[in-house]
Design a protein around this ligand. Structure first.
Ligand code: NAP
Length: 253
């Protein structure tokens, strides 16, 4: 019997990395997971490991209509979505000598507008029921601009701002909003990074932090704290001190 506050959790980005690890952890703890992403084979492989508690719902979150229709399909099959976790995302390192506006547009479409599509698909029903939770996996890369991050960071800053705005609107409605800001997690997204990734955490460990944090109803779930609290402190510095620190300690290669 699950001690978690959700019966049905919808995860976008469940086929890989953090979303996959959260799906498996929830299934182990008796929660039904409706798993979405574009890769059908990877979703089927996930479901095969899910004790019969993971259902497969292929979806491209950049398609607003399909995302809305998928929420109805999931609710019809599995009951109300108690938690929608938006873990879908893409990371394209920025190269100063090769600025690609299409990469900026793609990143914003998946990381930000995909999350908006998920919110649009679930929030009205949650409000009508007077309960539910939506959580966006953003990143500490959204706290401020860093080298290599110009394509990705703004999408994550937008996501943090979206979560804050929705929380102010939904407070008192019974619908909880959370934002998850991880540091570095070992997933297919980070496996080709050539720069140092301090305090790199496993996806399973990250999943535990996410599930515990969201179950407690916290607005921001961030880890590992040694990194993320240092980043928060850095963000409080006046710009000259901030840029000095980044020049001195953050690799631009
Ligand atoms: N790994 C890290 O260090 C780290 C740190 C901070 C934040 N994050 C964030 O955490 C989230 C998960 O990242 P991850 O590390 O687990 O990466 P990942 O292993 O690459 O997983 C990304 C997931 O997003 C899905 N996805 C991508 N585009 C999609 C689309 N258009 N529609 C639906 N699903 C889509 C992918 O599946 P398909 O390709 O099959 O669609 C996959 O399931 C991302 O938002 C990422 O920005 C990661």
């Amino acid at each position: 019997m699950s001690t978690l506050p959700w019966k049905t959790v919808w995860i976008a980005g469940a086929s890989s990395g953090i979303g996959r690890a959260v799906a498996l952890l929830l299934a182990r703890r008796g929660v039904h997971v409706a798993a979405s992403a574009r890769g059908v084979d990877a979703l089927n492989a996930l479901a095969a490991e899910g004790n019969g508690l993971i259902s497969v719902h292929p979806l491209d979150v950049t398609d607003a209509k399909a995302t809305y229709e998928m929420s109805k399909e999931i609710e019809a099959a599995h009951g109300p979505v108690d938690l929608a976790l938006v873990s879908s995302g893409t990371w394209k390192p920025f190269k100063l000598g090769d600025i690609r506006t299409d990469a900026f547009a793609d990143s914003m479409a998946v990381n930000y507008l995909g999350a908006v599509n998920m919110a649009a698909a679930v929030i009205a029903d949650m409000q009508a029921r007077g309960g539910g939770q939506i959580a966006f996996v953003s990143s500490v890369a959204g706290y401020f601009g860093l080298p290599k991050s110009a394509t990705y960071g703004p999408t994550k800053a937008a996501l943090i701002n979206l979560a804050e705005s929705l929380k102010t609107e939904l407070d008192g409605s019974g619908v909880a909003v959370s934002v998850v800001n991880p540091g570095f997690v070992a997933t297919p997204m980070t496996e080709t990074n050539s720069f140092p990734m301090p305090f790199l955490m496993s996806a399973d460990k990250a999943a535990e932090r996410i599930v515990d944090g969201l179950a407690s109803g916290r607005f921001e779930v961030t880890f590992p704290r040694r990194l993320t609290w240092t980043m928060k402190a850095l963000g409080l510095l006046p710009y000259p001190a901030f840029f000095w620190f980044v020049r001195k300690f953050v690799s631009r290669r």
